[in-house]
Every structure is written in structure tokens, then in C-alpha cells.
Design a protein around this ligand. Structure first.
Ligand SMILES: Nc1nc(C(F)(F)F)ncc1COP(=O)(O)OP(=O)(O)O
Ligand SMILES: [Mg+2]
Length: 209
């Protein structure tokens, strides 16, 4: 995959969006996000048919905008609707199994150490997300806050492999994550809870250029 696709990687589920998630995604796309991950988790998250129908609507919005539509964790849903890819964590199915199931799709893996990073590469991951870079309230079960040092080490070791930072990244701190060598930033709250998600996305896009 093209590393630039990770530049402004918006992640959201219905619990993260005060407005409708469709409206929030459309505004974020207007602002210039480069990739979207549907992460339907947390209090009040949709399940079953409702989750699938929302995923299909969001996928259509991404298709029309020409940006990749990624599903978090739910490999079966991703395959069922023909998503562009999946993102899995260390606690989810092994990347090697997902790689086989998702054939030509994009497989993203969360990594927190160089060992996990090297294993993800061996398993055929197309990109990795590493963090939490800063403290975050969006995800309660995170590893300790990592800062940007691991991104630097990962890029020193594998300069070409696509790496995106995640966790508590704001408009004020996105520049530091890019300066550390990341190909992009993954953002939930700074876009989904912004008064103007399009403006927040546009600011981040400029920061990442
Ligand atoms: N969802 C994510 N997306 C990324 C991405 F690289 F896309 F930015 N990196 C990391 C995560 C965290 O993934 P995971 O560890 O499975 O936890 P959760 O399923 O709660 O999100
Ligand atoms: Mg997961």
C-alpha cells in the first residue's frame, strides 16, 4: 500500500460521534482524510444487522470518495461486505490467519514493541499502528503511553514500512508524530468530537504534508 494513504487516518464508531457517523465521515472526507476505519466499540455500539447496515453505508461513502474503508477487529464482517481491509490487535486473531482470509485486502496490525513489529511484517501486514503515543480516554485497555521513541526506532530499522501513530493525538501534537518519522496519524476524538470535523481534518492534512 502507498504510505501516503496513512497520512490522516480517521477512525470512528457511532459511540464516538455526537452527530450521525455518516455526517461526521462526510465532513472528515471534505477536510481531506486519507483513510477510514470503522471501529464500532464502546457503550451503545451497534451489533448485528444494524452494525452491518451502517458499515455498508460508510463503505459506500468511502468508495465514492476513493479512500480505503477498513473494518476494526470484525474479520467476518469485512469479508461479508467486501471491505478494503481489516485492522487487528495483538489480542485479535493472528495476522497470518487474517492475511490468508483477506487475500488482496489491506491488513493493519497494532504493535507495541519491535518484536511485535517484526512479527507483523513476517505475517504479511500492510501497515502497523503503534501507540498509544499520548494518553487517551477513547480506549481504556491500552498498553502504557509510548511517546514517539518507538516510531523512531521502527523507522530506523524499516524506513519504508508504513507506520501510523495512534492514541491521544491532537491537532497540536500531530506534527511531532510526523517529525518522529510516522507516515501518518490515526485520529478518533480530535476529528469526531470537533465542532467542525472538516476543519480539523484539513488542519491535520496540512500538518502531515
Ligand atoms: N484500532 C486501531 N487502529 C490502529 C491504526 F493503525 F489503524 F491506526 N492502530 C491501533 C488500533 C488499536 O487496535 P486494537 O489493539 O485491536 O484495539 P481496538 O480493537 O480496541 O482498536
Ligand atoms: Mg482490536
Amino acid at each position: 500500500m502507498d504510505n501516503k494513504q496513512l497520512a490522516v487516518y480517521f477512525i470512528a464508531g457511532t459511540p464516538n460521534c455526537p452527530k450521525s457517523i455518516e455526517q461526521t465521515l462526510e465532513e472528515a472526507i471534505k477536510g481531506g482524510i486519507t483513510m477510514f476505519q470503522f471501529r464500532e466499540k464502546g457503550k451503545g455500539a451497534l451489533v448485528g444487522e444494524a452494525k452491518k447496515e451502517t458499515a455498508l453505508r460508510l463503505q459506500l461513502i468511502c468508495r465514492e470518495a476513493g479512500i480505503p474503508f477498513i473494518v476494526n477487529d470484525d474479520i467476518e464482517l469485512a469479508i461479508e461486505i467486501g471491505a478494503d481491509g481489516v485492522h487487528i490487535g495483538q489480542e485479535d486473531k493472528a495476522a497470518s490467519i487474517v492475511r490468508d482470509k483477506i487475500k488482496g485486502g489491506i491488513v493493519g496490525v497494532s504493535v507495541h514493541t519491535m518484536e511485535e513489529f517484526e512479527e507483523a511484517i513476517k505475517d504479511g501486514a500492510d501497515y502497523v499502528g503503534t501507540g498509544p503515543i499520548y494518553a487517551t480516554v477513547t480506549k481504556s485497555d491500552t498498553r502504557p503511553v509510548a511517546g514517539t521513541s518507538l516510531i523512531r526506532r521502527m523507522k530506523e530499522r524499516y524506513p519504508e514500512f508504513p507506520v501510523v501513530g495512534i492514541g491521544g493525538i491532537t491537532l497540536e501534537t500531530a506534527g511531532a508524530v510526523m517529525e518522529a518519522g510516522a507516515d501518518g496519524v490515526s485520529i478518533i476524538t480530535a476529528i469526531s468530537m470537533a465542532d467542525d470535523p472538516a476543519e480539523a481534518a484539513a488542519y491535520l492534512k496540512k500538518e502531515m504534508q
